[in-house]
Design a protein around this ligand. Structure first.
Ligand SMILES: [Zn+2]
Length: 137
């Protein structure tokens, strides 16, 4: 990975981090705008709860992404950005462009997904077998 490309990714991550931080600040400011009167109305209270839950869910997802962005920035600092966690080979540039926070190359990612698929299928197969043996017993 060239320094120019690294810089480009660093800018993308820093921009994303700032955007999430700005949104986070907006959520806190919004809560201050809820007047005390609204809190005593049951319907409004329910609506506020749903609203809060949705915002929290959004917040959690963004926090998770923020962690990935921070991790990617750390990897840039350490000079290991763009290397596959699994095999240490360079992650395909096109893959990084599509998913800058990727930490596995395409073949390792496929291998991981294949393993996960197999485990899920294996578990299902096992329980089917148990159901079958119970029926015949
Ligand atoms: Zn790999």
């Amino acid at each position: 990975m060239t320094k120019d490309k690294l810089k480009k990714f660093k800018r993308i991550f820093e921009k994303q981090r700032d955007e999430i931080a700005v949104k986070g600040g907006g959520i806190i400011r919004d809560d201050f705008l809820v007047s005390p009167d609204d809190r005593f109305d049951e319907i409004d209270q329910a609506a506020t709860d749903i609203d809060k839950e949705m915002r929290m869910r959004l917040c959690n997802r963004e926090t998770l992404y923020l962690k990935k962005v921070d991790e990617a920035l750390r990897r840039i600092e350490e000079g290991i950005f763009g290397e596959c966690d699994e095999c240490g080979e360079d992650i395909e540039f096109r893959r990084l462009e599509a998913r800058p926070t990727a930490t596995l190359c395409v073949s390792c990612k496929e291998e991981q997904e294949r393993k996960e698929g197999l485990t899920a299928a294996g578990r299902q197969h096992k329980s089917l077998g148990q159901a079958f043996s119970r029926r015949t017993a």
